[in-house]
Design a protein around this ligand. Structure first.
Ligand code: NAD
Length: 515
C-alpha cells in the first residue's frame, strides 16, 4: 500500500458473509446505543484528521486534483459536516412530541427515530470520499450497521477507504466491500434495510429495481443536465466567474456542475468575452500546465468527451484542444448551441460548456421543461425569427406557436415529458424573473446568482427529483434519511381515559356518534 498505512487488515470480500456479519451486529444491538454511535463518529473524525495527506494524495492520483480543491470539496467538507453531526446527535435522537388533540389529552404521542437496520452506501468516483463517507456518517448516526461500496473507478480512494476504515471503525458493523458492477450486483442480491446510492441515472434504476424486491427504501442521488439561466440584468463579470468556477472545478466532473447556459445572444457575447479574460487569469496561457486544473478520470470518459468536442468544432468559442496521454480536455465554451446538438443529449460531466441562446425567460423555462425531444414544443415569442428557429432546429413531434396568455396552461400539458434537473441556476437582478422561474420549473434544488454554493448550506437538504433522484441529505436531513420515524401512541389504564373512550365499544348506539 502506497498511502502510508501500516498493518492493513485482510479485505472482507465475501459479500453474503459481510452482510450477514453486519446484520448479526445490528441484531445484537451493537449499533443502537448513542454512546456507540458517538464513539464511532469520533473515530471517523480522527480518521479524517490523521489521514488528511493520504486523502489528498489519493485524490491527486485519481483525478490529479489540486490540494485546494481536495481540501475544500472533500477533506474539510467531511470534517466540518461530521463535527456538526457529533455536536447535534444527542438532540436529534430525542423522541419528538408532536401536537395532540383533546381525545389524547391523557396519552403520550411520540415519534421515535428508529435505525433501519443494515444500510448499503454505494459511492461514485467524482467525489470519491465525500459522497461515500458523508452518507456513511449519517448511517452510523442513525444507529445502523453499514456496508460501504466505494467506486472502483477512483482506485486510489477506494483502496484508501478499504485499508483505513477497518482501522478506525467497528469491524463487525461497518464493512467495506471493494469492486465494480459484478460485486455491486452481488451486493444488491442481499437484503438491506436502506440503500443510499450516488451515481448515474441508468445505474440508479438498476439499484431501485433491486431494492423493490425487498421493499427497501432508497435514496438515489443521480445526475442530469443542470441548466443556468442568465438574464440581461445579471452582473456579467461576477456571473461568469461563478459559472466558470462551478463548471471547471474537478474538470467539470461534478453532478451539480452547470451543464449548459441559456441566455440572450447579447449576454452570450458578453459572457464569452469575460470568460476569456477570467480563464487566462485563473489558468494562464496554457491551462494544461496549470496545477489547478484536474484531469478526466479514465480513458473511457476521455474518449466520450473528446467525441463531444469533435462533434462541436464549428461552435467552439473558447478552448477546444485535448491530450489523450494526459487525459486533459481544455476548458471549452461552445456558442449558438441548439437543442438537437450532440452536446445537449446527455449530461456532459466534463469541462465543456455550451451556450444555448434564448430570447427571454419564457423561452428558457420552456427549454428546461421540454428537453428530451418532447412530443410537442411550444414556442412563445413575438419575434418571427424565433418561431422559425424553433420550427427548423428542434426535434420535437410538432411545434406550436402560442401567445403568453396560454403559457401556463400549455406548460402543464408537457409536465409528463420533462427530465427534471438536479439543480437550476438563475442569474438575475429581477425578482419577477426569479419568481417566474421558481414557480414554473421543477428541479432538485435551485441556486440563484451563484453555482454549487447551495451545497454548503447545512440547513438545505440536497437531492434530486424525477430523473435526478429520490430523497435528500445534508445537515439534519442526513440523520433523518437513515432513521425511520416510528409513530407511537402510549395510553395508560386510567379509569377516566377509559370512560372517555368507552363510546367505541359495542353495542353501538347512534347517541355516541358525533358528526
Ligand atoms: P455510475 O452510476 O457509473 O457508478 C456509481 C456506482 O455504481 C459505482 O460504485 C459503481 O461501481 C456502481 N455500478 C456501476 N455499474 C453497475 C451495475 N451495472 N450494477 C450495479 N452497480 C453498478 O456513476 P459514476 O460514473 O460513478 O458517477 C457519475 C454519475 O453520478 C453522473 O451522472 C453524476 O451526475 C452522478 N452523480 C450524482 C451525484 C449526486 O449527488 N446527485 C453526485 C455525484 C455523481
Amino acid at each position: 500500500m502506497t498511502l502510508g498505512i501500516a498493518n492493513s487488515k485482510p479485505k472482507q470480500q465475501n459479500v453474503a458473509e459481510a452482510v450477514e456479519k453486519a446484520r448479526d451486529a445490528y441484531n445484537r444491538g451493537v449499533t443502537r446505543p448513542v454512546k456507540w454511535r458517538l464513539q464511532q463518529l469520533k473515530n471517523l473524525l480522527r480518521m479524517y484528521e490523521e489521514n488528511q495527506n493520504a486523502m489528498i494524495e489519493a485524490l491527486r492520483k485519481d483525478l490529479r486534483r489540486s490540494k485546494m480543491e481536495s481540501v475544500m470539496l472533500e477533506v474539510a467538507y467531511l470534517i466540518n459536516d461530521l463535527k456538526s453531526i457529533i455536536h447535534h446527535l444527542e438532540d436529534w435522537v430525542k423522541p419528538e412530541k408532536p401536537e395532540k388533540g383533546f381525545v389524547n389529552m391523557l396519552d403520550d404521542v411520540v415519534i421515535y427515530h428508529d435505525p433501519y437496520g443494515v444500510a448499503l452506501v454505494i459511492g461514485s468516483w467524482n467525489y470519491p470520499l465525500q459522497l461515500l463517507l458523508l452518507p456513511v456518517s449519517g448511517a452510523i448516526a442513525g444507529g445502523n450497521a453499514v456496508i460501504i461500496k466505494p467506486s472502483e473507478l477512483a482506485t486510489a480512494c477506494a483502496a484508501f477507504v478499504a485499508e483505513t476504515v477497518p482501522k478506525y471503525l467497528d469491524n463487525d458493523a461497518v464493512i467495506v466491500i471493494e469492486g465494480g458492477p459484478q460485486e455491486t450486483t452481488e451486493l444488491l442480491k442481499q437484503k438491506f434495510d436502506y440503500i443510499f446510492f450516488t451515481g448515474g441515472t441508468s445505474i440508479g434504476k438498476i439499484v431501485y429495481e433491486a431494492a423493490v424486491k425487498n421493499l427497501t427504501p432508497v435514496t438515489l442521488e443521480l445526475g442530469g443536465k443542470s441548466p443556468v439561466y442568465i438574464d440581461n440584468t445579471a452582473d456579467i463579470m461576477i456571473t461568469t466567474k461563478r459559472v466558470l468556477w462551478g463548471k471547471f472545478i474537478n474538470a467539470g466532473q461534478t453532478c451539480i456542475a452547470p451543464d449548459y447556459i441559456l441566455c440572450t445572444k447579447e449576454t452570450q457575447d458578453k459572457f464569452v468575452a469575460a470568460a476569456k479574460k477570467i480563464l487566462q487569469e485563473w489558468y494562464g496561457p496554457d491551462p494544461q500546465k496549470s496545477p489547478d486544473f484536474a484531469r478526466i478520470i479514465n480513458s473511457r470518459h476521455f474518449s466520450r468527451l473528446q467525441a463531444l468536442v469533435d462533434a462541436s468544432k464549428d461552435k467552439i468559442a473558447v478552448g477546444g484542444s485535448y491530450d489523450a496521454n494526459d487525459k486533459f480536455i481544455e476548458l471549452t465554451i461552445l456558442t449558438n448551441v441548439v437543442a438537437s446538438d450532440k452536446i445537449m443529449q446527455d449530461e456532459i460531466f466534463g469541462p465543456i460548456l455550451p451556450i444555448v441562446p434564448v430570447e427571454n425567460a419564457y423561452e428558457a423555462i420552456k427549454f428546461i421543461n421540454e428537453r428530451d425531444h418532447p412530443l410537442v414544443l411550444y414556442v412563445f415569442s413575438k419575434q418571427k425569427n424565433i418561431h422559425t428557429l424553433f420550427t427548423e432546429q428542434t426535434q420535437s413531434g410538432s411545434v406550436n406557436i402560442n401567445d403568453t396568455i396560454m403559457f401556463y396552461a400549455e406548460l402543464q400539458t408537457v409536465v409528463g415529458f420533462r427530465e427534471k434537473p438536479l439543480v437550476l441556476y438563475v442569474f438575475s437582478k429581477s425578482d419577477k424573473v426569479l419568481s417566474q422561474i421558481v414557480d414554473n420549473t421543477s428541479s432538485g434544488g435551485m441556486c440563484v446568482n451563484d453555482t454549487m454554493m447551495h451545497l454548503a448550506v447545512e440547513s438545505l437538504p440536497f437531492g434530486g427529483v424525477g430523473a435526478s433522484g429520490i430523497g435528500a441529505y445534508h445537515g439534519k436531513k442526513t440523520f433523518e434519511t437513515f432513521t425511520h420515524k416510528k409513530s407511537c401512541l402510549i395510553k395508560n389504564f386510567s379509569p377516566i381515559g377509559e370512560k372517555l373512550a368507552s363510546g367505541r365499544y359495542p353495542p353501538y348506539t347512534d347517541g355516541n356518534l358525533k358528526m
